[in-house]
Structure formats: C-alpha cells, structure tokens
Write a protein that binds this ligand. Structure first.
Ligand code: NAG
Ligand code: NAG
Length: 358
C-alpha cells in the first residue's frame, strides 16, 4: 500500500493538484469577503475546486483579555495549531484516497466546526452521522485542482510559516495574499460590526504586523499585496497567475536528513547566534524603554527586565542546542522565526504586567 509520505514525495506528478493560500491582513480588512469572491471566481473561471477556511468561523471567538490589548491568547494559538492538524487530516485523506478520520486528540467544537465548514463547501460528506461518523471526500475535491484559502490575520510570519511547513510536508502549492487596508478603514468597519474588537487590539496588531517579505524570506516568494480600499475588492489577474504558479510548482519535500541537520546546527551556532544575541538584546531594551514610557512602577520594571533577560537567555541557549526545547512554534534556526517567537512570548509577559496595572 502506498503511504501518505510516498504520495507526498511524488507530489509534483500527483493529480489532482493541491494548493494552500494564506490570506492575511488586519481584522476588518475585508479578508472573508475577498476570500469568498476569490473562491467563486476560481471555481468559475479555472474550474478548480476551492475551499475557504475562515478561522473566525471555525475557532471560538478570541476574546481579548481584560486590558483589551492582547490580540490572541496562547489558547488561541493552540486552537490555530489544532486547526492545522485537522486540515492535515483532510489533506492526508485526499492524498491517500482514504476516508477522513478524526484525530484522537481534539477539541470537539473545533473539529465539528471544521467539518461543518468543509461540508458546506461540498468538500466532504458524511454517512451514518448518528453512528461513528465517517467523513468522505466529495467528488469535486478529488477530481480537479483544489485550492484552499486560509483566512486569518496571520500577523506574525511564524504563523504563516506553520502553513508553509504543512504545504512542504505534502508537496503542495503555496502562496500568500496580504490584504492591505488603511488602518482607519479597518477601525471604521470593525466598529460597525456586531461584535467589534477593541480598537486597541487592531492598533496593536497593526504595529506587530509582519507583512510577507519575499525579498528576505525565500519561502515567502509566492506572495502578493492586494490594495483593499472600500470600493475595490475585485480580484486581479495577478492573483490567478500567482495561484497557477503555486499549483504548477509545488514545494519540494525536504528529506529528513540528520546529517544535514547537524551541519545546520553547527553553522547556526557560529553565525546566527551572534546575530540573535544582538537582536534580542535590542528587542529587550526597546521593550524596557516602552515600559518606562508607560510609567510602569519601578518594582515591576525591575522584575520585567529580569524576566525578559531570562527569556532571552533561554532562547539563546535553545538556539545553541539546535532548538531542541522548541521555544519557537516549530524547531527552527531561522533567525526571523526565532525573533518573532521571542516577541510573542515577550508580549505575553509584558501583557501580564500591564493587566496588573489596571
Ligand atoms: C493531546 O493532548 C495533549 C494535551 O492537550 C497534548 O499534550 C498532546 O500533545 C496531544 N497529542 C496529540 C497527538 O495531539
Ligand atoms: C474605534 O475607531 C473608530 C474609527 O476611528 C471610531 O469610529 C470608533 O468610535 C472607535 N471605537 C471606540 C470604542 O473607541
């Protein structure tokens, strides 16, 4: 029997073709509307099967903490990763031609919403729902090219990298769209929503936003910025071209080569460590400066500095060890990933101090 890994490795010859598209941008930038319109257009014009996975529809609402400034909690991060696991189940079923089985370990609500979302889009169907439900892939999903659009803020590149890794694991096409919308428009649209996010959340996210950077990150080279003004949400031919290119050029599966990893680790220790040290040091002192500007009490400042320096030391030590403790979202020795993971942890710490102040 052909295993999933086998099929993944021969992905470029596989039919039907499969692609993942990360759609990122600020809350209320118009992502979901754009995603739906895009999916419809691709179905009509290209004859592809399409699916939209809007995180807001599938995951429980991300209530901001009491201070209202934390965009996403660590629980949200777990849900996000769980959702990617569910997506992986779907992909595995698609690639192996088997039925789709639920992962053993899951948050029931997230799994149910995920299934419902894909059922509504005719990607899967279930038989005998009252017994142990089995999910089968619907014909459109297996008989033609399939593009799945993942719609979330994805404001740290590390969040998008998780999707990239999934695409790489199964040799899928991968591309990113960044919906660029003026901050004021987002704030305005958000305030007209039934359950608006606090304005501070959007402001904070705007400051944290790491837009796709194809010049710096080779893995982001299939990326496009789309200007979203209130009136023009039409998908351009460039988007279709980008997606076609992604489908035709699936990411090459990397061999799990321990020797190479060891070499990487050593190179990392000598080159990246120094740079990481510098960058993290700068990040910590910048954070401390901001905390002072916020007039954080002196005692708190002292404790915060200690905590951040400890975090920095942990990260550096972890990096020196080739990232064995997985302080980052994924084991990585890629500097930008390490830095953004560090920033996520730092934000969580700073947030605790800020909430205490209230
Ligand atoms: C199952 O859940 C536990 C606790 O949430 C977690 O530590 C573990 O990694 C999960 N296992 C899998 C296979 O997802
Ligand atoms: C958030 O910002 C928008 C646009 O600037 C404004 O109209 C709205 O009143 C603000 N909401 C709050 C709660 O301050």
């Amino acid at each position: 029997m052909k295993t999933v890994a086998d099929s993944g490795a021969t992905g470029s010859n596989r039919w039907p073709k499969l692609g993942l598209c990360v759609l990122c941008g600020l809350p209320a930038a118009g992502k979901s509307t754009f995603a739906r319109a895009l999916a419809l257009r691709l179905r009509r014009e290209q004859g592809w099967a399409t699916g939209v996975l809007s995180y807001d529809d599938v995951l429980p609402p991300a209530f901001p903490d009491s201070a209202g400034t934390q965009p996403r909690s660590s629980q949200w991060k777990m849900f996000r990763q769980e959702l990617l696991k569910h997506l992986e189940c779907f992909l595995m079923a698609l690639i192996s031609g088997a039925q789709m089985s639920a992962p053993p370990n899951k948050t029931e609500a997230v799994w149910e919403d995920f299934i419902t979302c894909f059922k509504k889009q005719d990607l899967i169907f279930a038989t005998a729902p009252e017994a142990q439900p089995c999910h089968f892939l619907a014909k459109p999903a297996v008989s033609r090219p399939l593009f799945l659009v993942l719609d979330d803020n994805f404001y740290y590149q590390s969040m998008r990298y998780e999707v990239y890794q999934l695409a790489r694991k199964y040799s899928l096409g991968f591309c990113q769209l960044f919906l660029d919308c003026p901050l004021e428009t987002c704030l305005q649209r958000n305030s007209e929503r039934l359950q608006p996010l606090p304005n501070e959340t959007i402001l904070l996210m705007e400051r944290k936003m790491e837009k796709p950077n194809p010049e710096k990150n080779a893995w982001e080279h299939n990326s496009l910025v789309i200007q979203s003004s209130a009136c023009s949400l039409e998908a351009s031919p460039e988007v279709t071209d980008l997606m076609l290119t992604a489908l035709e050029n699936p990411i090459k599966c990397v061999e799990d080569n321990t020797e190479q990893k060891e070499t990487d680790r050593i190179t990392c220790s000598t080159n990246i460590l120094h740079k990481a040290d510098e960058t993290l040091r700068r990040t910590v002192s910048q954070t401390m400066k901001e905390a002072k500007d916020r007039q954080m009490p002196l005692n708190d400042l002292k404790r915060l500095a200690e905590e951040l320096n400890k975090l920095k030391a942990d990260f550096l030590e972890d990096l020196r060890q080739g990232n064995r403790k997985h302080l980052c979202v994924q084991p990585t020795t890629d500097l930008p990933d390490v830095i953004s993971s560090f920033c996520e942890k730092r934000d969580a710490i700073v947030q605790m101090y800020i909430s205490q102040q209230h």
